[in-house]
Design a protein around this ligand. Structure first.
Ligand SMILES: Nc1ncnc2c1ncn2[C@@H]1O[C@H](COP(=O)(O)OP(=O)(O)OP(=O)(O)O)[C@@H](O)[C@H]1O
Length: 241
């Protein structure tokens, strides 16, 4: 959970060096090097089972690396001996299945990270309203999650991820449960939102078009290794690996 400062969020760089992880002697990630400059988005592409979600879990602190290191700005957040807890990493996360509490209202869901951080109710209400406005959901705060469409639920999840002004946002295939038209429009909106907020983001997807719509950098994994990387330059992507 990010530190709730009330100031606009500002991203921090991510630096991954020689990252590796094995399960039962089987390498799932090997020698991963990534540099994500502050305020930019990196998309991770690759076939099922190539290690995308595992890499996201390592960034989130939900998994410890077997080798290598992860830095956020100058802070070492993970290596073979260090593992900063997820709630101390200043992160927001958005998942494929939304991970919302269906019995709670929209306001309750979005305000939860602030409530956990001890933010007083008036400030919480102000910031929840601001986060909902950012995702185009000004008027649904009192509704229950179960009364919303899939697209609306993913906007709520996005509002909850940004409400505490994280320095980094992690997305795990956030649009794959939605139909194509909605995916295209919401993907553009997420790109615009990231640009407005200046938050650094890592975005896992199966969809190259989605990756290229919002990412400054697209990295492809195969069997746990980086096999291709490209950077956006204007409207073009230039290969860098
Ligand atoms: N806790 C675990 N224990 C053992 N193996 C695991 C564990 N977590 C992931 N794996 C294995 O690691 C590999 C990478 O899994 P991961 O979920 O990162 O892939 P992915 O690229 O995100 O796939 P998908 O696109 O299908 O979500 C898979 O072979 C998976 O079975």
């Amino acid at each position: 959970m990010a530190a709730p400062t009330g100031k606009p969020s500002a991203g921090t760089s991510i630096s991954v060096r020689g990252l590796g992880l094995s399960f039962d002697g089987q390498a799932v990630l090997s020698e991963i090097d990534l540099e994500v400059p502050a305020g930019t988005t990196l998309a991770l592409l690759g076939p099922s089972g190539c290690g995308k979600s595992t890499l996201l879990k390592l960034l989130a602190g939900l998994q410890k690396p077997g080798a290598g290191s992860i830095r956020f700005g100058t802070e070492l957040v993970a290596d073979a001996r260090t593992c900063v807890a997820p709630e101390r990493r200043g992160l927001g996360m958005v998942f494929q299945d939304y991970a919302l509490w269906p019995h709670m209202t929209v306001d309750g869901n979005v305000g939860f990270p602030l409530e956990m951080a001890g933010v007083a109710r008036p400030e919480r209400e102000r910031r929840v309203a601001a986060a909902l406005a950012r995702v185009g959901l000004e008027h649904v705060g009192k509704r229950r999650i179960s009364a919303l469409s899939g697209g609306q639920q993913q906007r709520v999840a996005l509002a909850r991820a940004i409400v505490a002004e994280p320095r980094i946002l992690l997305f795990d295939e956030p649009l794959s449960n939605l139909d194509r038209d909605l995916r295209v429009s919401l993907c553009r909106e997420i790109g615009d939102l990231l640009a407005q907020l200046g938050t650094t983001a890592v975005y896992v997807t199966h969809d190259r078009e989605e990756a290229q719509t919002l990412a400054h950098q697209v990295v492809t994994l195969k069997q746990g290794r980086v096999v291709h990387a490209s950077h956006r330059s204007g409207s073009q992507y230039n290969e860098t690996f």
